[in-house]
Design a protein around this ligand. Structure first.
Ligand code: TRP
Length: 436
């Protein structure tokens, strides 16, 4: 059975709350236990630096998030669980991707655009207060994903654009340097509830309406007591629609229990009694994890060791992969034969081959269009394409050329002085034979 690799990152800027548990921790831990799945979960602490300049908070959040995931049942033997900043290959890959990423692509990122729009509305300069870190955020995220050849990236809806950008970057690199990257897909779980917070809006740190996942029972009771309700008196029928209390209950109860509460709402349950029920259900789920959480928080050494062991497993993949990528782009050991022969001619060959062969090179020009050319083993130009609107079209033209020869290109190439058609044919034959 082929395994699907899932990868996701958690930014280390806050304390996990019930919304994180329901929306991310619980479904991710469950998903990691499914057969045929390999999971990579990591603490995105480099990403945290973009949003948070408080070192103590970053450290504390990293500890709390790690302890929360482990307490919730994440098995670090099954899942590769690590901290982003322990993987030097990630920032290294970030640079390789930076160099194949159009600045225009990053200009279109939602988070960056939102900052620009806000500045413009306030009459400030567009990039006021915008760091290059915020601008580059999607490239770092693409490196997280592409470094491990993840197939699926479980994320919230707000992150889908980032996954699409990672695909774009991976595809640009592949077109230039050969097929190295798996192009990832976002996995948005439609069934996972977004939990409302105390005030009824989405539970989120930025609204200051959260219930921390590992509150004590007493704290939990106090916070639940503060959930907004309407002013209906005991005995009056109540609406489940738009009731934050009901929605949180639903996330912690079975369908039967939820149906029972729905009936009690209709029968006019008092808000105080409903809150009491909610407290019991949430606490029943949290209490066993809370004990594990507290034990873990008291033992940072153990968490540190777990993360370092995870980083070692992650690097067992990333280190050789980065070696391959460095070679692909031409960051090579000068003593290697590859550097002298392939390197001069086979720009873009990616993987060194024993026999010297003609090569295709794909690239983008100033005019924004995508081109390819065919070079012979010595780097002499044999064929020059016309411009294509998309890298995919250029790739398809190459495929057609390989299959059907020059005729299949239907004129999408320019004459090259001193090159006979037969030379192009011979080069294509050589490539086909090498591939066979
Ligand atoms: N940007 C993500 C968020 O804010 C966190 C993240 C960083 C991430 N790197 C990632 C998610 C890679 C998935 C894959 O939620």
């Amino acid at each position: 059975m082929s395994t699907t690799r899932y990868l996701t990152g958690i930014t280390t800027t806050g304390t996990p709350h019930l919304g994180n548990f329901v929306g991310s921790i619980r479904p991710s831990v469950a998903a990691s236990l499914r057969p045929g799945v390999q999971s990579f979960y990591f603490l995105a602490d480099y990403h945290a630096l973009v949003k948070c300049e408080d070192p103590a908070r970053i450290q504390r959040s990293t500890l709390e998030i790690s302890a929360s995931w482990l307490a919730a049942g994440l098995d670090p033997d099954k899942v590769v669980f690590y901290r982003q900043s322990d993987i030097p290959e990630i920032p290294e890959l970030t640079w390789l991707l930076t160099c194949v990423t159009g600045k225009g692509l990053l200009n279109r990122a939602h988070a960056y655009k939102a900052s620009v729009d806000k500045n413009q509305e306030a009459g400030r300069e567009s990039d006021d207060g915008v760091t290059a870190g915020l601008f580059m955020y999607p490239v770092l995220m693409a490196a997280d994903i592409l470094a491990f050849k993840a197939h699926k990236v479980p994320v919230g809806r707000d992150q889908v654009q980032h996954i699409e950008m990672a695909r774009d970057m991976g595809a640009s690199f592949n077109h230039l340097y050969g097929e190295h990257f798996v192009l990832p897909e976002a996995a948005v779980d439609e069934h996972v509830a977004t939990l409302p917070g105390l005030d009824g809006r989405k539970m989120s740190k930025s609204y200051d309406n959260t219930i921390p996942l590992f509150s004590s029972r007493a704290q939990l009771q106090k916070l639940i007591g503060g959930i907004v309700t309407d002013s209906r008196a005991p005995g009056e029928p109540k609406d489940v629609e738009g009731s934050a209390l009901f929605q949180i209950y639903q996330a912690f109860a079975t369908p039967n229990e939820t149906a029972a509460l729905r009936q009690q709402y209709a029968d006019g349950i008092a808000w105080g009694a409903a809150k009491e029920l909610l407290l019991e259900h949430v606490d029943a789920v949290i209490a066993p994890m809370r004990a594990r959480y507290e034990a873990l928080m008291a033992d940072p050494e153990r968490i540190e060791a777990t993360l370092l062991a995870g980083a070692e497993r992650a690097r067992a993949l990333a280190t050789p992969f980065l070696r391959e990528l460095r070679n692909a782009v031409g960051l090579r050991d000068l003593r290697s034969r590859v550097a002298q022969t392939q390197g001069a001619s086979a720009f873009g060959a990616g993987v060194p081959s024993a026999k010297r062969l003609p090569t295709f090179k794909q690239y983008r020009e100033q005019d924004g269009k995508f081109y390819f050319k065919l070079l012979d083993a010595d780097g002499r130009l044999l064929l020059q394409s016309t411009g294509f609107d998309a890298p995919k079209e250029a790739g398809q033209a190459i495929a057609a050329l390989k299959r059907g020869g020059l005729a299949a290109l239907a004129g999408q190439h320019l004459p090259v002085e001193g090159v006979a058609e037969s030379e192009v044919g011979a080069a294509l034959t050589a490539l086909a034979e090498a591939a066979a």
